[in-house]
Design a protein around this ligand. Structure first.
Ligand code: C2E
Ligand code: MG
Ligand code: MG
Ligand code: MG
Length: 284
């Protein structure tokens, strides 16, 4: 009886599995086409200097404009791209697009030479030595100053003690680009490890500030994180600021910069010039 049941089950599940597989391979096909065609777009979220309100830069965030599904968010398709071996192609596309965008903003005097673009890179980008060459190539082609490009890497992406990663980080830094640890506070890196990394800044994960304004214990925690980061010789950018209260709190603690829906959602590139202009007329 159990064998018959097993066979039944197989009959029930097989079409489902096939469907999932077909859907997946269709999605991969679409993603491949999107990378090579016009299907991917970058949005840019302003990063604000808290003391002055100046827009110090933007973070480039990828979106997939799927022909039938509409906008697909990166958390949904980046893992797919990783699995399918498409991530290096995608990474190079992002690099060219974001640095190229910065170059045209500079050329149009939308932004000045202090303005930076932050680019998220995946763990496998870091693992590949080609990536360093890609960054070098894009900088050379565009003529953008390396200090105006900051690469964001998650804590998880920096494999503890991996010599290749260390080598790649040092190589990237040798090009003059900034390196920032993203989603700081969600991984497991020890303080001594953090101190030993060739990075400039950390971007504190938004989970560390959600309670600001509601949870009485939160301000002390935020202050402690800030102290820890500074004791490591680094600076912090605070991510996920959604309320005026959170922004004011971070500012009063002496935090330098922040990013979040309170200041702006990620914007399509054509909306950045007006946003920067409005903000700089207001900045002190
Ligand atoms: P991330 O680098 O930590 O980016 C921050 C995410 O938080 C973005 O989601 C952003 O839209 C969102 N966010 C910003 N401000 C707020 C806020 O105030 N509240 C809330 N709730 N969320 C906020 P998004 O664009 O969906 O990106 C998700 C993740 O996908 C990114 O996390 C990054 O790890 C990855 N990603 C995005 N673009 C790229 C890319 O071009 N390449 C690679 N490799 N990864 C990317
Ligand atoms: Mg990021
Ligand atoms: Mg983050
Ligand atoms: Mg994230």
């Amino acid at each position: 009886a159990s064998k018959a049941e097993g066979q039944n089950r197989l009959h029930i599940f097989e079409p489902g599995l096939l469907l999932v597989r077909r859907l997946r391979s269709q999605l991969l096909e679409d993603l491949r086409a999107a990378i090579r065609g016009e299907g991917l777009v970058m949005h840019y979220q302003p990063v604000v200097e808290l003391a002055t309100g100046r827009i110090e830069g933007v973070e480039a965030l990828i979106r997939w404009n799927h022909p039938t599904r509409g906008f697909v968010m990166p958390d949904e398709f980046i893992p797919l791209a990783e699995e399918a071996g498409l991530i290096s192609e995608l990474g190079l596309w992002v690099l060219k697009e974001a640095v190229g965008q910065l170059r045209s903003w500079i050329a149009d005097s939308v932004v000045d030479s202090r303005f930076s673009v932050r680019i998220n890179i995946s763990a496998s980008d870091l693992q590949s030595l080609q990536f360093i060459e890609d960054v070098r190539g894009v900088l050379k082609e565009t003529g953008v100053r390396p200090e105006q490009v900051v690469l964001e890497l998650t804590e998880m992406a920096i494999v503890k003690g991996n010599e290749l990663d260390r080598y790649s980080l040092a190589g990237l830094r040798g090009l003059g680009v900034g390196i920032e640890i993203d989603d700081f506070g969600t991984g497991y890196s020890s303080i001594s490890y953090l101190r030993s990394l060739p990075v400039d800044r950390v971007k504190v994960d938004r989970s560390l500030i959600v309670g600001l304004g509601t949870d009485p214990a939160q301000p002390a925690l935020v202050a402690a994180v800030l102290q820890l980061v500074r004791a490591c010789g680094l600076e912090a950018v605070w991510e996920g600021v959604e309320t005026a209260e959170q922004a004011e709190h971070l500012r009063s603690l002496g935090c330098l910069s922040a990013q979040g829906y309170f200041f702006s959602r990620p914007l399509p590139p054509e909306q950045i010039p007006a946003f920067v202009a409005a903000q700089s007329s207001r900045a002190t």
